[in-house]
Structure formats: C-alpha cells, structure tokens
Design a protein around this ligand. Structure first.
Ligand code: FRU
Length: 406
C-alpha cells in the first residue's frame, strides 16, 4: 500500500510537471484560469496595456471580465488585478464584460466594451484616471444600444482629420461591421456598414479598422482557411473617408491573416508611440479551446506582430519583439522537426506545412509560399506549447499550439 501511494504521488508530480512544461516563456498567459480574446490594447505613459477576456473563477469560459497585464517592451508582462469585473446592473441582470478596446482621452483611459446580457448586447464604457489600475463603469451605460441580441466587440480609434472618435462593431450573424462616430465617447451616431464580402461561412467577430501604408485595413475574426469547425481571421484592404470603408475589388477576397489553427480575435494597439501598427491575437481556437491540456491556466496570446502592406496590398507580419528564433531556408521539398512537430516545404504544391502530431488535435497546416531567389525562408519561434512560423519575412504565418505528449 505504501509503495502504491509513493508511486501515485510520483506519477501525479510527473503529470503536473508535464503540464507546467507547456507554459510558454515569451508568450503571455495568465497565472491561472481561462482567457480568450485580447482586449483594450493601448499604450499610455510608458506602458503597453493588455486586457483580456478572463474568467476570474475558473479555467472554463464564463463570468467574462477584463483581466489585465502591462509591459514596457511587449515581451515581459506583469499581470495586474482584474480591471473590469462582471457586474449586476440596475435592472438586476448580470452583465458580462465582453471584448472591446481602450483609448486615451486627456489623462484618462477609457475602455469601450460590450455589455453582454442573455437577451441583449450593447456597448458600454468605463473610465480610469490612474493609468488603468482602477476603472469606474459609467452610470449612463449602455452608450450604444441597437436592440440586438448579437452586436459586439467595439473597436474605437481617434480620427484626426474630423477630430472625432470612430467605432467599428460587428453584427455577427449578418456578417457586417457597423461604423459609428462620436465627439465624447458617450453619444454615438451611425455612419455606414461594410460586409457580406469575403468568407461568410461563420459569424463575424472582433473587427479592427486602421490606417496602414497609405491604405486602410479591416480585420475580422470569422472562418478558417481550411474551413471545418475551426475559426480564423480575414482582412480587407481599402479606403476610409471618415464615414465609409470600401474595398476596390471585392473579388480578391477572402484573404486570411494566419494559416495555423491558433490565431483568433487579433486586434491592434491604439496610441502606439512609434507609429507602428502592432497586433496581438488569441493563440487558441474555439473548436477545442475548452479542452487544451494546460493547468492552472487555459489560453494565451500570440507574439505581438508589426503589420505592413506589400506592393500587392497583401498583409505582412513580423515579430515586434527581439527574441531568439530558428532560421531555416529550404530550396526543395524538405522538413525539420521542432518540438515533435514537422515543419517543411513542399516544392510541388508550393506550400509551407506544419504537421502537429498531437493525438488530441492532429492537423496539418498549409500556407502558400513562393521561392524568392530559389529559396523559402522560415523564422520559427518555439515556446513550449506555441509555435509561430513566419514565412518569407512575414508574407504568411502559421501559428499553432502543440502538445507533444497528447
Ligand atoms: C470572440 C468572442 C467575442 C466576444 C468574446 C466573449 O472570441 O466570441 O465576439 O466578445 O469572445 O468572450
């Protein structure tokens, strides 16, 4: 019996350590509990804020609130107390704090989020005067209510030419992004909508609209390039005149942001001091997010990526932080193994592939990749349970979670 107990204790310690081994070192994960989308990405007074969808009470989705972390360099994160918690409103209904954004207004940080009730979603605000350490939920909430059950994920930014705030929010089941304007973040006026273009096989979530390389880019979280039960991200490139976003040629779409299974709900920083456009995504997929074998946390963020457009108006993404990576160059069909995962190039199909051999979530990802001067270049970031592969200096990216022992 004594030996049995010792063996059981040893076994449970090993099992625990294996799970701890999955903790990424340079990708953000909360100390404990569930996280999904990054929220309220904003730079203010020397700090990059990362808020995130968070369940303070467990490692499953629920009680959604905004968790909070700060960083000076986008690489080392300090987790702070929960910033905005689920609450009960004046009608006695419980309100979850769904995804949204944050802006700097004077010396305040204002968070604009979706207040989610079982029957309705509307947009609300909360204000902080102490560098986002505490927020006061505005008494006049919601600030934008169109009477819909599904209407969410407000991304707000300052539009300097007309000195006004602009909000992009989705009507998910209609595959539409609505644009609103405001002078004070409290009263909002509908301007236009954009949608029913690209991939509409899944609902649209988490829009982001921003200027990039003399054009405007709209990000949407929705379907995955491989279809199936998986979610992924698309982007559109066009123009925004202060009222309306439009694309030149709708036949170019869909275009996808990432070819791995684990990049969703990506949004970009407001107020970035160097003028860079930096995006962070949730390194997970709704298709299996509830059962990834990590403990005591579940969910984490991608590396921050700096965005640009190439001469064909395609999105390029490069890591926005300096960290060690593996650099590989292939000139014909070839592959290497990284953390029990095969990454390689197929010269016939002209694809970079990543075969994660997890028993629970097996999949082979494929990203289009051309030979440049006879070579395809890969930059591979390997971080315990997250691998990100940047192809040809960011022409395509594959982001996957890998759990070698599962
Ligand atoms: C996207 C999403 C958002 C929503 C949030 C809820 O992953 O479904 O649309 O605001 O997650 O946690």
């Amino acid at each position: 019996m004594r030996y049995l107990v010792i063996i059981l204790v040893l076994f449970s310690c090993t099992a625990k350590n294996e799970k701890a081994d999955y903790r990424p070192k340079f990708h953000f994960t909360p100390q404990k509990n569930w996280t999904n989308d990054p929220n309220g990405l904003v730079y203010y007074d020397g700090e990059y804020h990362l808020f995130f969808q968070y369940n303070p009470y467990g490692d499953k989705w629920g009680h959604m609130s905004w968790g909070h972390a700060v960083s000076k360099d986008l690489l080392h994160w300090e987790e702070l107390p929960v910033a905005i918690e689920e609450y009960v409103d004046s009608e006695g209904d419980s309100v979850m704090i769904f995804s949204g954004s944050a802006v700097v207004s004077g010396d305040s940080i204002v968070a604009i989020f979706t207040s989610h009730k079982s029957t309705k979603q509307s947009q609300s605000i909360a204000v902080s005067h102490d560098k986002a350490r505490t927020f006061k939920v505005y008494k006049g909430n919601p600030v934008l209510d169109i009477g819909r059950k599904d209407f969410r994920d407000p991304k707000v930014f300052w539009y300097e030419p007309q000195k006004k705030w602009v909000m992009a929010a989705v009507v998910p089941d209609q595959h539409k992004v609505n644009l609103y304007e405001s002078k004070d973040l409290k009263s909002w006026n509908f301007m236009s909508d954009f949608g029913k273009v690209g991939d509409t096989t899944k609902i649209w979530e988490c829009p982001d609209l921003f200027p990039l390389s003399n054009k405007w880019v709209l990000l949407i979280s929705a379907s995955h390039p491989q279809g199936g039960p998986f979610v992924g991200m698309q982007y559109f490139v066009g123009d925004f005149d202060g009222t309306k976003f439009s694309v030149d040629d709708s036949s170019r779409y869909p275009l996808y942001v990432d070819y791995g299974k684990d990049f969703y709900a990506g949004i970009t920083y407001n107020n970035e001091p160097g003028g860079r456009r930096i995006m962070i995504g949730w390194a997970n997929n709704w298709a299996y997010a509830g059962s990834v074998p990590t403990s005591p946390w579940r969910g984490g963020m991608s590396l921050p990526r700096e965005l640009s457009l190439d001469s064909d108006l395609k999105l390029k993404q490069v890591p926005a932080v300096e960290i060690e990576s593996k650099k590989v160059v292939f000139d014909k069909t070839d592959s290497i193994e990284v953390s029990g995962t095969w990454i390689g190039y197929n010269a016939i199909t002209k694809n970079v592939f990543l075969n994660r051999m997890n028993k629970m979530f097996p999949s082979i990802e494929k990203a289009p990749a051309r030979l440049i001067d006879g070579k395809v270049k890969l930059e591979i970031f390997e971080d315990h349970s997250i691998i990100e592969v940047f192809i040809n200096d960011g022409e395509a990216v594959i982001s996957d979670q890998v759990f070698p022992k599962y």
